[in-house]
Write a protein that binds this ligand. Structure first.
Ligand SMILES: Cc1ncc(COP(=O)(O)O)c(C=O)c1O
Length: 431
């Protein structure tokens, strides 16, 4: 007899990790377990949830949409929900981004951006421009194209022969500066490697992809805004497209609607997902300039962007996304974000000089503590100890190895956020 079907959980080593916890209710910032516990969702369920779980406006928008048009393909068809979402995005996106292409999640939004960038140059007769530049410590998702632009790691190692080659340039990881500078004595020197590369090879390079200002899975690395500004300037000077992967940073995470806004930068392509639907349904979107879109329009069908997913522009996901955008308009969401950012800064300043702390960094609603460890990295032995400590204390945090971070839903109350920071302070004794 064949074994009974079981669920294979993501990023999970069954032989070592604890049995998955059963969640029976999610409400506000809390996840409720079947054995009667309550956890603060300190990482917004993988950085997706914005306004708290079970927000009634999103739940009712989804229910109403499901009763109207549940799903229809987007090739040859359109519907009100996706057009309303386009209108909402039009209001909040950096000016200059003019077309939105929907997909399923963050990884597919990245795949779309990479393919658009490469085909754009082909469509305008520059097919030699097909190289992609990506940053050290980057993470852009787990599909093969997204892994190719992500930094090499134990996650990508088994697939290294499948990945396409990319040019790798420095990230502005100030705590571990790639060019040996201190922030005080630095003139964004880490961008020189990109400058040299573009000077020499701009005719073969299609695009530079970055996680703007905050590299997430690579270690919650916060870049100075000047780094992103320099990257934008270099891309413009050398005729190379800039792809901003705002899958994590979009929709207020960094303090403004988009991280690009904080740096006053408009990318040529922007990838969105995670918070797009308020964090309740999967949906991806890749936004591009008028100029890029125009290159795909013409009577020759070979110019077409032959890409699409079954659920592209799903009406229920679009209705959730519209409801989430309206919450930004109707509720004091940016006041909440500002308050979270203030608490993060104050609490990190208080532990900056603790002997167990190597670095603290924050941007908007993200706060991270890089702990000193002999085995720094995702597989640090601190990670399981810390994870268990936080769960036992009623907080869901998933440290990235020796890096503990908080990225809560915006609905978190000050007391709840202080509770999380208090637990982080206690956890320093484990190091
Ligand atoms: C910056 C960035 N890009 C892309 C992705 C991939 O998104 P998804 O997991 O929805 O495929 C992630 C996921 O964490 C991300 O942080």
């Amino acid at each position: 007899m064949s074994p009974e079907l079981q669920i294979w959980h993501p990023f999970t080593q069954e032989a070592l990790d604890s049995v998955p916890m059963r969640i029976t209710k999610a409400e506000g910032v809390y996840l409720y377990t079947a054995d009667g516990r309550r956890l603060i969702d300190g990482i917004s369920s993988w950085w997706t949830n914005l306004h708290g779980h079970g927000h009634p406006a999103i739940a009712s928008a989804m229910a109403q949409q499901a009763a109207k048009v549940d799903h229809v393909l987007l090739a040859g068809f359109t519907h009100d929900a996706v057009e309303e979402l386009r209108d909402c995005l039009r209001k909040i996106l950096p000016k200059g981004l003019a077309h939105v292409f929907f997909s399923d999640d963050g990884s597919t939004a990245v795949e779309v951006a990479l393919k658009m960038a490469v085909q754009y140059w082909q469509n305008i007769g520059r097919s030699e421009k097909k190289g992609i530049v990506a940053l050290e410590h980057a993470y852009h998702g787990d599909t093969v194209g997204a892994m190719s632009v992500g930094a090499e790691s134990s996650f990508t190692h088994p697939f290294r022969d499948l990945l396409f080659p990319v040019h790798r340039v420095h990230s502005a990881y100030c705590y571990r500066c790639p060019v040996g500078k201190t922030r005080a004595a630095c003139d964004i020197d880490c961008v020189e490697k990109l400058r040299r590369l573009l000077e020499e090879q701009r005719d073969e390079i299609a695009a530079v992809i970055v996680e703007p200002l905050l590299q997430g899975a690579g270690g919650m690395i916060v870049h100075p805004v000047e780094f992103l500004q320099c990257v934008r300037k270099l891309c413009t000077e050398h005729g190379v497209l800039l792809i901003a992967d705002e899958v994590l940073t979009g929709f207020g995470r960094c303090g403004k609607m988009f991280a690009s806004d904080l740096a006053g930068v408009v990318p040529d392509l922007m990838c969105l997902s995670k918070g797009l639907t308020g964090g309740v349904l999967p949906m991806g979107a890749t936004v591009c300039t008028q100029e890029i879109h125009e290159a795909f329009v013409g009577t020759d069908r070979a110019r077409t962007f032959y890409h699409g997913h079954s659920y592209t522009g799903n009406p229920i996901a679009a209705a959730a996304a519209v409801a989430s955008c309206r919450i930004f308009e109707r509720e004091p969401v940016f006041d909440r974000i500002t308050k979270i950012a203030e608490i993060h800064r104050e609490r990190l300043a208080a532990i900056r000089n603790h002997p167990a702390v190597g670095d603290v960094r924050s941007i908007g609603t993200m706060a991270a503590v890089e702990l000193r460890a002999d085995d720094a990295g995702y597989t640090s032995k601190l990670r399981p100890k810390l994870y268990k400590f936080f769960i036992d204390a009623g907080v869901l945090l998933r440290p990235l190895g020796n890096i503990v971070y908080v990225l809560p839903p915006y609905a978190i109350l000050s007391d709840e956020l202080h509770y999380v920071h208090d637990r982080i302070v206690e956890s320093l004794a484990l190091c």
